[in-house]
Design a protein around this ligand. Structure first.
Ligand SMILES: [Zn+2]
Ligand SMILES: [Zn+2]
Length: 345
């Protein structure tokens, strides 16, 4: 006979198993709060607004400008180069390496990844990692910093939620606790220092292209066009691609793997996001180094991790594991290359 005590015991056991992933120390002490007690001030929010609005205006202006004047081939080369360095810094560095430890890296490469990701101007590495780990902990439930499902699931609520997940959440005063979500990186002197030096990386990201463009073409015109295209337009474009992972990839797309949240695989964003838009696999198996794990899914960041592994810059890479992923797979499509399969015989 099932009694109320049995039910209570089962519930207690479920709660205990849910919290068993927490470190032993956290169980002994009172858990740290998710949010710091110092909310972001007006000046900080104004800075975020500046970095959201100015590059976006440049992106909008770029479309008519591109027809007439302004984009020379040097500017285009510098823009693509900065897009790759900063975008891969986010995908390989901030996300797959610092947040999820999908691989281990030699010190020089670790530092390069932290600096490259900082050039994307998506916040200092420690802030980015803390927010993103909180996103995975709550993923489309209360406590997720940027779920598009926050306001409900009718069309009105979802439209509002998409705007929230894309940019709105950054203006929420609540700041994720770094002590709670990234104590490993706080304890790392080199990475903490790179995080504190964020204003320097912002300056380099904004002015570096102008300097290169000016010296390369030996003209003020070259400096100015490089600043417009390779700083402003490039930053805005990468921002909106990254933010689309939070908004679009938690709303539209395919559920190739079973997950408890709303993360989805979105193929048309795969190349521009360096493979980040295979977000459904990522939530199904967060530490996996290749997000586009199915055959034919292009994942540029995974290919470059593979190359870095061959060069000896990274090691202990967590490549897709067939025995784990096959159990979660809800499509007939096969897993692709780089997958570890159990040896036959
Ligand atoms: Zn993640
Ligand atoms: Zn997500």
């Amino acid at each position: 006979m099932t009694t109320a005590t049995d039910t209570a015991n089962t519930l207690a056991a479920q709660q205990a198993s849910g919290s068993s992933a927490q470190p032993a120390a956290a169980a002994r002490k009172a858990p740290l709060p998710d949010i710091t007690d110092q909310p972001a001030g007006r000046a900080e929010k104004a800075l975020v607004a500046l970095f959201v609005a100015v590059p976006l205006m440049a992106l909008v202006a770029a479309i008519p400008l591109a027809w007439g004047w302004g984009l020379d081939w040097r500017g285009a080369v510098i823009a693509v180069a900065f897009y790759y360095v900063s975008g891969l810094g986010i995908s390989m560095g901030f996300h797959r390496y610092f947040t999820h430890s999908s691989f281990k890296a030699k010190t020089g490469f670790r530092i390069a990844l932290a600096i490259a990701g900082s050039l994307a101007i998506e916040g200092p590495v420690l802030t980015w990692v803390a927010d993103h780990r909180r996103h995975h902990k709550y993923s489309d439930r209360e406590g997720d910093p940027h779920s598009p499902w926050r306001f409900g699931n009718d069309w009105g609520a979802l439209t509002k939620g998409l705007i929230w997940a894309h940019v709105g959440w950054m203006f929420d005063g609540n700041k994720t606790s770094k002590q709670k979500f990234c104590p490993d990186l706080l304890a790392d002197k080199k990475v903490s220092r790179i995080s504190q030096l964020f204003p320097l990386w912002v300056a380099i990201s904004l002015l570096g292209p102008a300097l290169i463009g000016g010296l390369w073409s030996w003209s003020w015109q070259g400096a100015l066009t490089a600043f417009f295209w390779a700083s402003l337009v490039r930053i805005a474009f990468l921002h909106h691609i990254t933010w689309s992972i939070n908004s679009i990839c938690h709303t539209f797309g395919k559920e190739d793997f079973e997950v408890r949240d709303k993360s989805r695989n979105v193929n048309w964003l795969a190349i521009l996001s360096f493979g980040e838009s295979w977000h459904n696999l990522h939530h199904a198996d967060p530490t996996c180094a290749r997000h586009g794990a199915l055959k034919g899914q292009i994942d540029i960041a995974a290919r470059l991790i593979w190359l870095a592994e061959k060069l000896g810059w990274v090691y202990d890479v967590r490549w897709p594991d067939a025995s784990r992923l096959d159990a979660k797979k809800s499509t007939a499509r096969q897993l692709g290359s780089m997958t570890r399969r159990a040896a036959v015989g």
